[in-house]
Design a protein around this ligand. Structure first.
Ligand SMILES: Cc1cc2nc3c(=O)[nH]c(=O)nc-3n(C[C@H](O)[C@H](O)[C@H](O)COP(=O)(O)O)c2cc1C
Length: 374
């Protein structure tokens, strides 16, 4: 299951949460308005990008930017964007403790119908203890969260694919005589993405996902992670999984200007308070932890630049080089974020996509009519 025939695929990430993925008070961050979401999704659609993926967020991280304090709910957001776009895959990101699989199965099928088979579900296990508490639940230990997610996926898969009523009885879910109709448009089910990095997260992705997003400190580590994930999927589950990266773009006409821009957004007006809050919550919950202050500073900077994605700082040519190197590491695509999404998408279309097209990484977008007037 792949989103298009392009050799290297691109998705816009994080337009549904305030400040997007950049933890900074720099101007032009995401504000979270419907006009803004529509404008950016239509632009991504016109550029022929593959997907529009939200962040699942229920609580922000404070600091001067009040990072992610505002967040559109992702199924209803995807439903609206599905109606306003033509080719783009619109995703929902769902943290499994926040929604029952029966409701998620119905919502996903509904958006899949609205979009005529362009819905994708990004399933995350839910690392944020404070958010889980908002649902009156206690955070499970790290690996057990993936056991819960595994059962959640078994039930939603059954609901999407089984005809007639059936009894489901598991450790976490009990659903007597349950069924869901209508089935999704995509068969056997909508495209499923996950974002696991730990051993438990990788196994979950290998078993259930069509695409898994990874975070890595550099491309060498990413290459190994890609190979490992594909190996687990093939050897243990007889499946194929695409692996995607996550990139934060700081692009200017010259390297010096790009460096200055990055320095401004991160060092001058970066929100270290919110990034620290996020990192503390995340590392307390993640499988791998470190007390090394240098490592913490590196994590903090990457967190500020783009939710820990690769910071890509350079000219259109060097940004294209980096994306091509991601592809050479075996990645099928990457999510993209920018401190300023409007300007970033404009520049992507006029300066970066033509380079990728000339290098055979992507085909030019078909001219598509915006579905805005419907
Ligand atoms: C591209 C990407 C997007 C993610 N989006 C979310 C999200 O929207 N909500 C969330 O709670 N976690 C999100 N995560 C975090 C993952 O669910 C996961 O906790 C993290 O990658 C660590 O992996 P692990 O659980 O295997 O340790 C995202 C991670 C990545 C790489």
């Amino acid at each position: 299951m792949t989103l298009s025939a392009n050799k290297f695929q691109l998705a816009v990430f994080g337009c549904n949460v305030s400040h997007g993925c950049t933890i900074s008070t720099a101007a032009h961050g995401i504000e979270v308005s419907w006009d803004e979401s529509l404008r950016l999704a239509r632009k991504a659609d016109q550029l022929g990008l593959e997907a529009f993926i939200p962040v699942c967020r229920w609580k922000g991280f404070g600091g001067p930017s009040e990072f992610n304090h505002r967040a559109f709910e992702t199924f209803t957001w995807a439903a609206g964007l599905a109606q306003a776009t033509r080719k783009l895959f619109v995703f929902s990101t769902t943290a499994v403790p926040s929604i029952h699989p029966l409701l998620a199965a119905k919502q996903a099928a509904t958006v899949d119908h609205i979009s005529a088979g362009r819905f994708g579900l990004n399933v995350v296990a839910g690392w944020n203890r404070d958010e889980v508490a908002m649902f009156g639940k206690t955070q499970l230990p790290h690996d057990e969260r993936y056991e819960y997610a595994d059962e959640w996926m078994q039930l939603i898969n059954d609901l999407w694919t089984r005809e007639g009523a059936f009894d489901f009885s598991g450790k976490y879910f009990d659903a007597p005589a349950c069924y869901a109709e209508p089935k999704p448009v995509q068969t056997p089910r909508p495209v499923v993405m996950s974002a696991g990095v730990s051993p438990a997260g990788r196994r979950f992705a290998a078993q259930h996902a069509d695409m898994n997003f990874i975070l890595a400190p550099n491309l060498d580590v990413a290459r190994d992670t890609v190979a490992d994930l594909k190996h687990i999927a093939a050897s243990e589950f007889n499946r194929q999984v695409d692996v995607w990266g996550n990139a934060a773009i700081f692009c200017r006409p010259t390297q010096a200007e790009a460096d200055d821009y990055y320095h401004y957004v991160i060092d001058e007006v970066g929100d270290r308070v919110a990034a620290g809050n996020l990192l503390d919550t995340f590392t307390a919950e993640s499988a791998s932890q470190s007390d090394d202050p240098e490592l913490r500073e590196a994590y903090l900077r990457n967190m500020m630049a783009g939710y820990s994605g690769f910071p890509v700082v350079g000219t259109p040519e060097t940004v294209a080089d980096f994306l091509q190197n991601m592809s050479a590491c075996g990645m099928a695509g990457t999510t993209l974020s920018w401190p300023d999404y409007d300007a970033g998408l404009e520049q992507l279309g006029s300066e970066i996509l033509p380079i990728l097209e000339a290098r055979g990484m992507r085909s030019p977008a078909e001219t598509i009519q915006s579905a805005g007037e419907r």
